[in-house]
Design a protein around this ligand. Structure first.
Ligand code: HPA
Length: 274
């Protein structure tokens, strides 16, 4: 598909969404592995399956249902995606960023990306949240699709995450008894989890957590002028001396256990910017 056909597909999905609801979302939320039921907190106006959106790729990874909910969350008009497509599913960068590009075309000004991640930092524990302050792109490709790239050739690759939003959320969560970590997310291609030697390397190059998503969406949204916030749920201890190998089930289980914490953090993130 060329750039023109790509944006036609997004625009026909926009038309479809607009034919189902007049809600104009201001905030987009993409929920990560095993975190989809958080969308039940949205006061929904409409729920759409990705299959109803022309050109939207269907997620295949466990824990990603492929539903788009439009409604109000904390009274704010939102669009919430349960499920994302990853590069490791054999998806192109256009497919991996489709839902976020649709949200941008629907007019969002802010985007919250959540994910499950391995905790590389020695003090991180499973079930904790990490605010993403910055990322390291280890996916070995760029994510400016043809349509976004043309407008931003002169833009320097700065940190895609909104520091002011992070500060405000950290202060809000700091006033509660929920533990909150902050750090650098390394985005890798996967689908395998890392070797111990890779965990050691990732730590040495400055990463605090590692996962297989978020980087494509954060780059796409920030280059389109959308403020981005990233929250990782630490689902396993990604340490060179960890006693066990990580399994996808463990990741999904910990994502489920941290669901309430994550939901409350998202709600605080919406509130602090209203
Ligand atoms: N590595 C990569 N991706 C992940 C991990 C991990 O340890 N845990 C959850 N997603």
């Amino acid at each position: 598909m060329n750039g023109r056909q790509e944006s036609d597909t997004i625009m026909s999905s926009v038309d479809f969404v607009r034919s189902r609801t007049s809600l104009l979302p201001r905030i987009g939320v993409v929920l990560g592995s095993g975190q989809g039921t958080i969308a039940d907190r949205v006061d929904a106006e409409v729920e759409l399956g990705y299959g109803e959106l022309s050109g939207a790729p269907l997620p295949t990874a466990a824990g990603h249902s492929g539903t788009l909910t439009l409604g109000r969350w904390q009274r704010c008009p939102c669009v919430v995606a349960q499920g994302r497509c990853h590069l490791y599913e054999g998806r192109s960068r256009e497919e991996a960023t489709y839902i976020v590009r649709l949200m941008i075309a629907l007019g969002i000004r802010r985007l919250i990306l959540t994910n499950a991640a391995g905790g590389l930092h020695p003090l991180f524990r499973s079930g904790e949240l990490m605010l993403i302050r910055d990322h390291i792109n280890l996916m070995f490709r760029g994510f400016l699709c043809r349509s976004t790239h043309a407008h931003h050739q002169a833009t320097v690759a700065a940190c895609p995450y909104d520091a002011d939003w992070c500060d405000r959320l950290a202060a809000a969560i700091g006033a509660t008894d929920t533990p909150l970590q902050q750090g650098v997310y390394a985005g890798v291609l996967g689908p395998n989890y890392e070797t111990r030697a890779e965990y050691r390397m990732l730590r040495r190059i400055g990463a605090d957590a590692v996962g297989m998503s978020t980087v494509p969406e954060a780059i796409t949204a920030s280059y389109a002028g959308v403020s981005v916030l990233g929250i990782s749920v630490i689902t396993n201890e990604a340490k060179p001396d960890a006693p066990r190998r990580v399994s996808h089930q463990e990741v999904i289980d910990w994502a489920g256990k941290a669901e309430r914490r994550l939901a409350e953090a998202i709600e605080a993130a919406i509130q602090v910017m209203q």
